[in-house]
Structure formats: structure tokens, C-alpha cells
Design a protein around this ligand. Structure first.
Ligand code: KIV
Length: 275
């Protein structure tokens, strides 16, 4: 990642980065200002995750997020990005019903919202969907391990791939997704040893979240790494600032100034003969 990325990123560039041994830096964003912030940092990849539901819309899981909500936020992020690769997460029920619906919904992210690729959760059971999307010229990112849309089936957000059977299945799914043509795979909530094995076994890059340091890249949720929310963060998050506290303090200072009558002062007012 560079501060001034010279060229626009496309999905194929991630393969080149893996081949060159350059770590891929990915983050989520959900609106215009956060897109501008992450673009200015020179980030490689921006995901409008369906974590939108948890961190922006106040739902207690990703399951209620709809196509309408997701499209609205992808469009806003598009307006704040120039060079970073923009990926739209396919929300629950947007790709599970039929291949046709998946293509229609995936295509809307490209055609109506300006995304350059989509991401979907799941393994070999979604190969027909992935193949359909690719036929429609929609690049696909996979997502294996702790896949939050399976919350009710998993019985909570638990680390996956701890047993040999589960680890073997995730590994086989990764191979199958690569063969089908996905350009990268997010590995979420799996032991680092398994993530290392998958990463070494694939030509396409792996992007880890709670999957240890051996992946080809990392992804974090913007609100987690900036401390933009109050909630406790999982152990895989490194919080780089406490935006919640910084912004709360700013609002407290503003209210105190209004109450004291020191805001606004005359320089902050019109009628001084200046424009
Ligand atoms: O929705 C999301 O933010 C994600 C990332 C955590 C990979 O899927």
C-alpha cells in the first residue's frame, strides 16, 4: 500500500500483489466521509460490508440488511473513492434463493452503485452462484470460516476450523472457490495455522480477519479500528484511536461553549464587513 497510489485498483491487481509478496490492506466503509478518509490513506481495497447492519444501522446482526440498504451505502462510498477497489457485500437472501436472483442482485451493485466486485459468504454449496456471477462478468470475492450470515446455524459467533473435519472442509472449500474463479477469499475467525495452510495452498490471495498474520492481506471494520463505537471489540481487533471518545469530548466542549455563551463569538458571526 502506498500513500499516493498511482493507479486504479482492480481485482486482478490483488493477484499481482500476492505474487510480489505485497500485503493487501482492506477496510470497510459505509458512507461518503469514511470513504474519503480511507481513500486518502491509500488503502488498497474498500468493502461495503453487510456489517453495515451492526455498526451503522444498529441491528444486532447482519441478517436484517436488505439490498435497498446495501445499495444506498455502496453508492455513497463510490462517491468518496477514486483508486481503491470497491467491493459490495451481498446481503442475506440476495444470493441464496437462485442463481438468477444472485446475478440480478450482484449486477445491481455493479450497474447502479458502481462497485467493481461483490463478496459472498459460503463454500462449495455456492459454486453455481459464483459461476453465474462470473458469467455475468461480475468479479467475486469468497468468504469462509466464521461467516456471520450463518449465525443461527452456528449458534453464535464461534471460531471455525478447530476440528480436523471442519478445517478440512474449509480447506477444500477454499480450493473449490479458487477453481471456480473467485479473485480472493476472506478468511474469518479461523486458527492461524489453518489460514497459513490455505494461504500457502492458493494462488489467489487470502484476506484475514481473526485469522492470524500469515494471510496475504488483512481486513478490519472501520468502526472497530477507529473506536467509533462503544461496544467491546473482539480480540482480533487492534484499535488505533478512540474516535467515540474524541467525538464525544468535542460535542461536550461544544455544548459547554453554547451554555457559557462563548460560542459563537463575533468572528464566527456575520456583520463584520467581511464575506
Ligand atoms: O461485513 C463485513 O464487514 C465483512 C468483513 C468483516 C470481512 O464481511
Amino acid at each position: 500500500m502506498t500513500m499516493t497510489r498511482p493507479v486504479k485498483m482492480y481485482p486482478a491487481d490483488l493477484l499481482t500483489m500476492k505474487a510480489m509478496g505485497s500485503k493487501i490492506c482492506m477496510i470497510t466503509a459505509y458512507d461518503f466521509p469514511t470513504a474519503q478518509i480511507v481513500e486518502a490513506s491509500g488503502i488498497d481495497v474498500v468493502l461495503v460490508g453487510d456489517s453495515l447492519g451492526n455498526v451503522v444501522l444498529g441491528y444486532d446482526s447482519t441478517l436484517p440488511v436488505t439490498m435497498t440498504e446495501q445499495l444506498h451505502h455502496v453508492r455513497a462510498v463510490r462517491r468518496g473513492l477514486k483508486k481503491a477497489l470497491l467491493i459490495a457485500d451481498m446481503p442475506y437472501l440476495s444470493y441464496q434463493i437462485s442463481v438468477e436472483e444472485a446475478i440480478k442482485n450482484g449486477g445491481r451493485f455493479i450497474q447502479e452503485a458502481g462497485a467493481e466486485a461483490v463478496k459472498l459468504e459460503g463454500g462449495s454449496e455456492f459454486l453455481p452462484v459464483i459461476e453465474g456471477l462470473l458469467r455475468a462478468r461480475i468479479p467475486v470475492m469468497g468468504h469462509l470460516g466464521l461467516t456471520p450470515q450463518s449465525l443461527n446455524v452456528f449458534g453464535g459467533y464461534k471460531v471455525k476450523g478447530k476440528t480436523k473435519n471442519e478445517a478440512d472442509r474449509i480447506f477444500q472449500d477454499a480450493l473449490a472457490l479458487e477453481k471456480a474463479g473467485v479473485f480472493a477469499i476472506v478468511l474469518e475467525g479461523i486458527p492461524w495455522q489453518l489460514a497459513r495452510k490455505i494461504t500457502a495452498g492458493l494462488k489467489i490471495p487470502t484476506i484475514g480477519i481473526g485469522a492470524g498474520p500469515h494471510c496475504d492481506g488483512q481486513v478490519l471494520v472501520f468502526h472497530d479500528l477507529t473506536g467509533f463505537q462503544h461496544d467491546e471489540t473482539p480480540r482480533f481487533v487492534r484499535q488505533y484511536c478512540n474516535a467515540f471518545e474524541i467525538m464525544s469530548q468535542a460535542v461536550r466542549n461544544y455544548c459547554a461553549d453554547v451554555q457559557k455563551g462563548t460560542f459563537p463569538n463575533l468572528k464566527e458571526s456575520y456583520g463584520n464587513g467581511k464575506k
